[in-house]
Design a protein around this ligand. Structure first.
Ligand code: NAP
Length: 425
C-alpha cells in the first residue's frame, strides 16, 4: 500500500468537500488503487472560523510554508480561489517537486504558462480537472479519450449560475434582476456576481478548454466576452415563439489557422441537446472529425461534484509514472500561426422598434441587403403608439456585416433594441 501525504491550500466549500470524500471513500480508494491519502496540513485564512466539524483543528495553519515547503508532503491541493496568492503558492509547491491539483480556473487560465513551466522544470505534476465544469470529465476526455480527433468546434454551458438565471427567466418570464436576487438568496450566485454574470468565469474555462481542444494556446485575453446583464425577458419570449432557447454559451471554433473564441448569450434551437440543460447543470457539446458530435453533461459546481473531479485527479496523478503536460507550447500568447477572428459567422436575432410608416420595412431589408444579409424569419407585432416591434432572424451572416447593417438601420424611424447570435441551425 502506497501512502501519499497531502496538504491543502484552502478549506472552504471545495476543500471541505474533498476532505469528506477522501474520508468517506478511503476504503474504496485503497481497494481500487492500493493507495492511501494522508492529509497532513491545511492552509486557511482563519483557523477559528466555523467549518465542517470533521476537519481536525490541529491540521489547520495560516503558515503557507508548512504546506508548500514541507519535504514530507508529496501532493498539494489548491482550493483557495482567485489569481493571487494562489498562483504564487502553487508555484512554490511545484518548485519543490510536489504534484499540484487545482480547482482554480482563474489562476490556471491566467498563469498556465508559468505554472506548467515550473512543473516541467521540476518534474512536478499539474492537474486541473476540477477547474472546468465540476464533475464533468471534460479535461481528461479532451486530452486522453479524444486524442485521435481534430476538434473543430465546441459549445458549452460552463457556468451554473448564469444557466440557473436564464433557465428561470425562460420558465417564468421573469426579469434578470429579480431572478439574480433570488439566486443570491439561495446561495447560487455570489454577493458580487460579476465574475459569473459578466462572463469572466466562462471565459477562463473556455481559454483552458479551447487550448486543449485545439492543441494550441488560446489565451484568456483573445476571448470575446459578453455577459447576461443586458438580457431581457422580452427577447427570451420572442425567441421562444420562434423555437429558440437562450443560453450563455462558451464557443470555440477552428477552421484551419483561423479560430473564434467567444462567450455571449446565444439562441439555440429548442431541439439542440444543449437547450434542455437547465438550472445549475453544465454541458459541453463538441464536434471532432472522427468522433462526430458528442455531449458531456453533469454537475458543473458544488462541493461533492467538484471533489469528485479533484479526487479523480489525485488518483490519476499517482497512477502515472511521468507527469502529464499539455501537447502545445504553453505561453500566454496566442499560438504562433493561429489567427483570432472577430468576424465569425452565425445567424442573428434582431429586435427593432420601428415607426409604423410605409417604407420602413423596405428600408430595413435594404440596409441588411447592402451588407449581403438575408432574412430567414420575420415577425411583426401590432403597432402601439405608432411603433411596431419587428423581430427577425437572419440567414448565416458575418458579425462585422451585421454590426455595420445595424448601425445603418438605427435611425430616427427605427431603433435597434437587441441583437443576439443564433448558433447550430
Ligand atoms: N464552489 C464551487 O462550486 C466550485 C466549483 C469548481 C471550482 N471551484 C473553485 O474552487 C476554488 C475554491 O472555491 P470555494 O467555493 O471552496 O471557495 P471558498 O469557500 O471561499 O474557500 C476558500 C478557502 O481558501 C482559504 N483562503 C482564501 N484565501 C486565502 C489566503 N490568502 N490565505 C490562506 N487561505 C486562504 C479560505 O480560508 P478561510 O476558510 O479561513 O476563509 C477558505 O478555506 C475556487 O478557485 C473556485 O473557483 C469552486
Amino acid at each position: 500500500m502506497r501512502t501519499v501525504s497531502v496538504g491543502f491550500l484552502g478549506c472552504g466549500n471545495i476543500g471541505c468537500g474533498v476532505w469528506k470524500l477522501l474520508n468517506e471513500f478511503k476504503d474504496d480508494i485503497r481497494h481500487r488503487a492500493n493507495v492511501e491519502f494522508d492529509i497532513r496540513r491545511i492552509l486557511v485564512r482563519d483557523v477559528h472560523k466555523k467549518r465542517d466539524q470533521s476537519v481536525p483543528q490541529e491540521l489547520l495553519t495560516t503558515d503557507v510554508a508548512q504546506v508548500t515547503d514541507d519535504p514530507d508532503l508529496e501532493m498539494v491541493l489548491e482550493f483557495m480561489g482567485g489569481e493571487e496568492p494562489a498562483t504564487r503558492y502553487m508555484l512554490r509547491a511545484l518548485e519543490k517537486g510536489k504534484t499540484v491539483v487545482t480547482a482554480n480556473k482563474m489562476a490556471l487560465a491566467l498563469n498556465w504558462d508559468i505554472l506548467q513551466d515550473a512543473a516541467q522544470k521540476h518534474g512536478s505534476g499539474l492537474y486541473y480537472e476540477a477547474a472546468v465544469c465540476g464533475a464533468i470529465p471534460i479535461i481528461r476526455t479532451t486530452i486522453d479519450s479524444l486524442q485521435a480527433n481534430r476538434i473543430e468546434a465546441l459549445m458549452g454551458i460552463v457556468n451554473g449560475t448564469t444557466n440557473y438565471i436564464l433557465s428561470r427567466m425562460t420558465q417564468e418570464g421573469s426579469d434578470y434582476e429579480e431572478v439574480l436576487k433570488d439566486a443570491q438568496r439561495l446561495g447560487l450566485a455570489e454577493p458580487d456576481p460579476s465574475s459569473d454574470v459578466e462572463g469572466f468565469d466562462a471565459a477562463y474555462k473556455l481559454s483552458i478548454l479551447s487550448s486543449l481542444a485545439f492543441h494550441a494556446r488560446v489565451p484568456f485575453d483573445v476571448i470575446y466576452r459578453q455577459g447576461i446583464t443586458q438580457v431581457s425577458a422580452v427577447d427570451i419570449a420572442y425567441g421562444k415563439q420562434l423555437g429558440y432557447t437562450l443560453k450563455l454559451l462558451a464557443i470555440a471554433k477552428r477552421d484551419g489557422h483561423v479560430i473564434d473564441a467567444r462567450v455571449h448569450p446565444t439562441f439555440i434551437p429548442d431541439s439542440h441537446p444543449l437547450a434542455s440543460v437547465n438550472g445549475s447543470f453544465n454541458a459541453i457539446f463538441l464536434h471532432g472529425h472522427a468522433c462526430d458530435d458528442m455531449m458531456l453533461f453533469g454537475r458543473g459546481a458544488g462541493s461533492a461534484p467538484t471533489a469528485s473531479a479533484v479526487v479523480s485527479d489525485m488518483l490519476y496523478a499517482v497512477s502515472r509514472t511521468e507527469p502529464r503536460y499539455t501537447t502545445f507550447m504553453n505561453s500566454n500568447m496566442l499560438a504562433p500561426g493561429l489567427m483570432v477572428t472577430d468576424d465569425w459567422h452565425c445567424s442573428f436575432y434582431i429586435r427593432l422598434n420601428a415607426s409604423d410608416q410605409p417604407g420602413v420595412l423596405a428600408y430595413i431589408t435594404a440596409c441588411l441587403g447592402n451588407e449581403g444579409i438575408s432574412i430567414r424569419n420575420l415577425m411583426q407585432r401590432d403597432a402601439v403608439n405608432g411603433h411596431a416591434q419587428i423581430v427577425l432572424i437572419t440567414h448565416d451572416a458575418g458579425e462585422c456585416a451585421v454590426r455595420k447593417a445595424l448601425s445603418a438601420i438605427d435611425s430616427q424611424d427605427v431603433r435597434v433594441e437587441s441583437m443576439i447570435r443564433v448558433e447550430a441551425n
